[in-house]
Design a protein around this ligand. Structure first.
Ligand code: 13P
Length: 276
């Protein structure tokens, strides 16, 4: 009887979600302050829609200087490819602005805008057709108890979302417990590891082992400079989805610095994801 050895590919990806923040005049300075750190990890910046054009130009500017691990992301996408959907933005439009990644199913979209699994699935399909990598967010709702994470409900949601989709050529998953978003507390390492292991095995059952081991798993919710050292050693964790800490380039730089410093002492192989 032989052993079936499965190697997993590790990533360090930081996704920055500005939500409904920032103004045009701050963007250029912001990029220049963080550029020192983005040679060592993959950084995806998700600005509000009106700033995609300017951020796309800044991304190209840094890429042309050899910083090829900076990417443009979107915070959301329309659930149809085109048509009479007032106020919506299609995946093709995002692609037109050089968007490589898009968040989908963020807790704020699920709770404030009542997005359900069907809508989220349709958004993933639109993104895949446009060649944009979906970052599927999932997690306990904001009223849940921080100490009793419902792993079963979480894995069910992922299974229902991925089931029936064409095998995604590339997808990222981001666990964000609702209670942690906007605060500065994060779940204990054992809780995160339990969730990530369960999510990985759900993905293996849904997508197959080969695909599943290439899917990066991110953590988001309360990620700050003063707690990142507790998160980094977490097994199965490939990166972070950051909100509040990313609103100022100074606090984001401090966080990236810690990730880069700590990351260089880890055995993880840095293997950035390229857009399709
Ligand atoms: P915070 O980092 O402010 O908790 O926000 C997390 C988040 O929702 C990122 O998408």
């Amino acid at each position: 009887m032989g052993f079936n050895i499965c190697f997993r590919v590790f990533f360090v990806i930081v996704v920055v979600n500005w939500k409904m923040n920032q103004l045009r005049e701050t963007l250029s300075d912001y990029y220049s302050h963080i550029s020192d750190y983005i040679r060592e990890l993959s950084l995806v910046i998700c600005p509000p829609y009106p700033y995609l054009d300017q951020c796309s130009k800044l991304t190209n500017q840094y890429n042309s200087r050899g910083i090829s691990s900076l990417y443009l992301g979107a915070q959301n996408v329309g659930h149809q490819s085109s048509g009479a959907y007032t106020g919506e933005i299609s995946a093709a439009m995002l692609k037109d602005f050089g968007v490589s990644y898009s968040l989908v199913g963020h807790m704020e979209r699920r709770t404030i805008f009542q997005e359900n699994t069907l809508i989220i699935k349709q958004k993933i399909i639109c993104l895949q057709h446009a060649g944009i990598i979906p970052i599927l967010c999932f997690g306990d709702d904001p009223t849940s108890d921080p100490l009793t994470t419902n792993t079963k409900a979480i894995t069910e949601t992922i299974k229902n979302t991925l089931d029936g989709l064409d095998k995604p050529s590339s997808i990222i998953l981001a666990y964000e417990p609702g209670w942690a978003i906007g605060g500065d507390e994060t779940p204990p390492r054992e809780v995160l590891e339990e969730i990530f292991f369960s999510v990985r095995s759900t993905m293996t059952a849904t997508l197959g082992q080969d695909m599943s081991r290439h899917v990066p798993l991110l953590y988001g919710g309360g990620v700050r400079e003063n707690n990142i050292h507790r998160l980094l050693p977490c097994r199965e964790l490939d990166g972070f989805l950051c909100g509040g800490v990313s609103l100022k380039s100074k606090t984001l730089s401090a966080l990236l610095n810690k990730i880069v410093t700590h990351g260089s002492t880890q055995t993880k192989v840095f293997s950035p994801v390229k857009s399709g």
